[in-house]
Design a protein around this ligand. Structure first.
Ligand code: URP
Ligand code: ZN
Ligand code: ZN
Length: 458
């Protein structure tokens, strides 16, 4: 199967130029102007951007959490991702206490196999570190699971103590992997949560009020300090607070391999959403929580000046029925919100069109830079001969209104309900196959492949 994409504007992290792209089999084979070679399918991309497929390195499909399971499995979640212009996800496998990492990896592979419609990789969440687990970490890196997520929050569930964090970091420093960190001070938060509940402060907004920005700043500082001693790259996931961003900026200024992502919810939503009437605030219960609106400008500046290197989604949707598990006790509201489908349009509309970031930076933040940090580049993350033909034809002028009525995520609300955005994914190719066209999914569940990612020492 060959496809010739003609007359578009090709955008990578560094270039923007008119050109044609020939796709043969699963790969991009030729880029040039006025290409005339025969092809099975011709796509006219006049007036459209031709982008590398979006890469979302932070999703939670089919994830057990807070007494329930996230609403999207690997089929519905990856199809929704594709509608939004994302062609690769990196999800999180979870090692529960007493389990091996291998068991966790196999469990998550089974969740994805035969279901994922786009390519997928895994980070491994470690919740218990033993000598055996350390040995397994090396094996996993060789098998292409080259990053480990550790938690400084959720005591008794996910949280590791500093000693275990340090040991896991040191091992990862040696085996070529990367540490992803959930940086919030779980001990402090636990005290504040218990106090709030004792004072009958039970509404959703207390989720935010018991997770101060400084608790994120403190943990981010500690994560970076521990990583510096352990000599390992550290990637702060879902960074939301200016206090945390300052720590990453300071570390990067000192030349440390410290990286961070933020997510659209922290760029477009704010603490004010928790003040919505009734139980509406539960839609935004996630960790870290939404911050004051004034933080948004700080995050955009961080994105523009490379203090933040990626925009991922932390897609972890729960239906409203599930959110109601926290009726009368905000600490029982499952943490997480949907976003895998809306990332590209939101960031293009709110970032590129407003002049906060350039078009090249948009591509870098949503595709190229995460591909590089997590060992997928140049197979993924750019439009170049030899790269996988994961391509998005993006209409920069088309408008759409975000809504639960029209989105493809299997969740009954949209945090951006009614928001009009300009800039829409029109056609998506996943390894050479057209999987989104004419507003329809034309791919196949199960056609996504496990992505063996490279370690740092390649
Ligand atoms: O609230 C969130 N972020 N839920 C997903 C789990 C995590 O910590 O990423
Ligand atoms: Zn987290
Ligand atoms: Zn997450």
């Amino acid at each position: 199967m060959s496809t010739l994409i003609k007359n578009g504007t090709i955008v990578t992290a560094t270039d923007q130029y008119p050109g044609d792209v020939l796709v043969e089999g699963e790969k991009i084979t030729v880029i040039g102007s006025s290409l005339t070679m025969p092809a099975d399918k011709i796509i006219d991309a006049k007036g459209k951007f031709v982008l590398p497929g979006g890469i979302d390195v932070h999703t939670h499909m089919d994830m057990p959490f807070g007494g329930t399971t996230s609403a999207d499995d690997f089929e519905s979640g990856t199809i929704a991702a594709a509608f939004g212009g994302t062609t690769t996800i990196v999800d999180f496998a979870i090692q529960y206490k007493g389990q091996t990492l291998h068991h966790a990896w196999e469990t998550w592979m089974k969740k994805a196999e035969g279901k994922a419609a786009i390519d997928y990789g895994f980070h491994m969440i470690i919740t218990e570190l033993t000598d055996q687990v350390e040995i397994e970490m090396d094996a996993l890196v060789k098998q292409g699971v080259t990053s480990f997520k550790l938690f400084m929050a959720y005591p008794g569930v996910f949280m590791l103590d500093d000693g275990s964090i340090f040991k896991a970091m040191r091992r990862t420093g040696k085996n070529g992997g990367t540490i992803c960190m959930h940086a919030e001070n779980g001990g402090v938060i636990d005290v504040l949560v218990k106090e709030a509940l004792a004072n009958r402060q039970t509404a959703p907004k207390y989720h935010a009020l018991t997770r101060p920005a400084r608790a994120e700043g403190e943990a981010t500082h500690r994560a970076i300090a521990l990583a510096e001693i352990a000599d390992v790259p550290v990637y702060i996931v879902h960074l939301s607070a200016a206090e945390a961003l300052e720590m990453v900026t300071e570390a990067r200024d000192r030349g440390l391999p410290a990286f961070a992502e933020t997510c659209p919810q922290y760029l477009f939503l704010s603490y004010d959403n928790y003040e919505e009437p009734g139980f509406e605030g539960s839609k935004y219960v996630m960790s870290p929580p939404l911050r004051q609106k004034s933080t948004q400008d700080r995050l955009w500046r961080g994105l523009a000046f490379n203090d933040l290197q990626a925009i991922a989604t932390d897609h972890c949707p729960f239906c409203l029925k599930e959110k109601h598990l926290g009726d009368g006790d905000f600490s029982k509201i499952p943490n997480g919100a949907p976003g895998v489908e809306t990332r590209m349009s939101l960031v293009y509309d709110g970032g590129v069109r407003t002049g906060k970031i350039t078009m090249n930076r948009f591509v870098e933040l949503t595709s190229t830079s995460p591909a590089k940090i997590f060992g997928m580049f140049p197979k993924k993350g750019t439009v170049a001969p030899g790269s996988d033909a994961d391509i998005v034809i993006f209409d920069p002028e088309k408008k759409t209104t975000l809504s639960a009525k029209t989105h493809h995520m299997k969740v009954d609300y949209n945090p951006y309900e009614g928001r009009e955005v300009t800039g829409v994914t029109e056609i998506v190719l996943s390894r050479g196959k057209v999987i989104i066209e004419g507003g329809k999914f034309t791919g196949k569940a199960g056609s996504g492949s496990f992505l063996k990612r490279s370690p740092r020492f390649m």
